[in-house]
Every structure is written in structure tokens, then in C-alpha cells.
Design a protein around this ligand. Structure first.
Ligand code: BTN
Length: 226
């Protein structure tokens, strides 16, 4: 796997696209990003001291219907990384990694699909190490706040790259899910309601139960809070 290290860039998820025609798995890391991108068109604060990387991975014969595996692998890799430094994470379905209820890492995935198959994926990960949280302290946390002597961001980055190079599956992802069979608040369009989270299905949809009736919903349709 090729690894590219940058001091500063706009967004590693954009940089990595120049390698799409080459067919070699590649990681691009940056010490800071000036236009870090999050999900749902949001920006992602990316000051020096954090880990910001994008992992471009190519696949053969990978059905598009199984693309949730890309998300589970990314989230598990982040969880294993922070655990290695003595922190206990949990996954908030479907793509946030939390510690003590606050977000320590965000994941942005861009899939390249054709003919019903996943050809390549770009997994962008931002992980808070000692970077300032810039006013997001109520909802975000960093390794620096959780550990008496936090590791340098480069060590965390190298651990994350090593975990991304290993395999993981849905059962590993479920190991970090703590909210099943508990009430959650679901926002679907204009409506917010309480439901019980019952199961995460292999295609990534969340099975919720409301008034005794179960229905599967995708992350594109709803957001949840605990
Ligand atoms: C989110 O929580 O909304 C997802 C955040 C993803 C941030 C990472 S940092 C590395 C890569 N480059 C980007 O511009 N975004 C992702």
C-alpha cells in the first residue's frame, strides 16, 4: 500500500482522487486541512494535532449491495486504534465513533460504483488527538482530553493505517454498538419520535420498533440521538 504524507492540504478526500486511475491502494495523510469535508455537506475542523487521512481501496467482484462493509471496516479500525491507547470507544450508527457520548472521530466515505459492483472506495477519517476543538467541546472530544499524556498524532496515524490494513467484519462492528434494545430519538424528515433500536441489518439499515411494529430505515432517511 502506498502512503503519501502532506504537511497541509485542502482535503485528503479530494487529493486522493488523483490516484483513482492507477489501481493501487493508497493512503493520503495530512497534518492539517484547510477545507476538511464532513458528511451531509458539512465542513470538518482539521487543525494541526489531529489525524486526517483518506484510504483509497480497490475491489474485485464486490457487490454494491455489500458496501456497508466499507463503513464497518472504517469504524472498527478507528475503534481499535483508540483502544490501543487505552480509550473505550463506541460506534454511533452509522459512522461516528464516540467516547463518553462525544464524537472523537468522523468518517466520510465516497464509493465508486459501476454495473452493480463497488470498484473502489475512499474512506476519509478525521480523529481528534491534540487538535483544538474550536467551540465543539460540548459534542466532540479528543484523545488529549482523555489521556494524561496523549501520544503524538503521528503514532496514532500509524496505528490507524495498520488497523485499516487488517480485515474486520459486521460482528466486530456490532461489538462497539451499545444502543440496541434501548430507546432512541429518531428524526425522520420533519418528525422526531421515540423508538427502540432493535438491530443493525447486514445492509447497514437500522431496524427500529415503534408501537410494536418494526421497520428498517437507512442512514439517509433518519438521524438518531440517544
Ligand atoms: C463527519 O464526521 O462528518 C465526517 C468527517 C470526515 C473527515 C475526514 S478528515 C480526512 C478526510 N478529508 C476530508 O475532507 N474529510 C475526511
Amino acid at each position: 500500500m502506498r502512503t503519501v504524507f502532506l504537511k497541509e492540504t485542502s482535503s485528503t478526500n479530494d487529493d486522493i482522487k488523483q490516484y483513482l486511475s492507477e489501481g493501487e491502494n493508497t493512503v493520503v495523510c495530512a497534518e492539517r486541512q484547510t477545507e476538511g469535508r464532513g458528511t451531509k455537506g458539512r465542513s470538518f475542523s482539521s487543525e494541526r494535532g489531529g489525524v486526517y487521512l483518506s484510504f483509497l481501496r480497490f475491489y474485485e467482484n464486490f457487490p454494491a449491495s455489500e458496501a456497508f462493509a466499507v463503513m464497518t471496516h472504517a469504524a472498527v479500525s478507528v475503534c481499535r486504534t483508540v483502544e490501543e491507547f487505552g480509550i473505550s470507544p463506541e460506534i454511533k450508527w452509522c459512522n461516528d465513533v464516540l467516547v463518553k457520548g462525544k464524537k472523537i472521530a468522523g468518517i466520510l466515505i465516497e464509493n465508486i460504483l459501476s454495473g452493480g459492483f463497488l470498484r473502489a472506495s475512499i474512506v476519509g477519517i478525521g480523529l481528534n488527538v491534540t487538535n483544538p476543538l474550536n467551540g465543539l467541546e460540548d459534542i466532540a472530544v479528543s484523545m488529549g482530553e482523555l489521556l494524561p499524556s496523549p501520544p503524538p498524532a503521528e503514532r496514532v496515524r500509524d496505528s490507524l493505517i495498520a488497523h485499516l490494513a487488517q480485515e474486520s467484519g459486521l460482528s466486530d462492528y456490532l461489538h462497539y454498538i451499545r444502543f440496541l434494545n434501548r430507546p432512541i430519538r429518531v428524526t425522520e424528515g420533519e418528525h422526531t419520535f421515540l423508538a427502540i433500536a432493535r438491530e443493525i441489518l447486514p445492509d447497514g439499515r437500522l431496524l427500529i420498533e415503534q408501537n410494536g411494529i418494526c421497520r428498517p430505515l437507512s442512514a439517509a432517511e433518519i438521524s438518531i440521538t440517544f
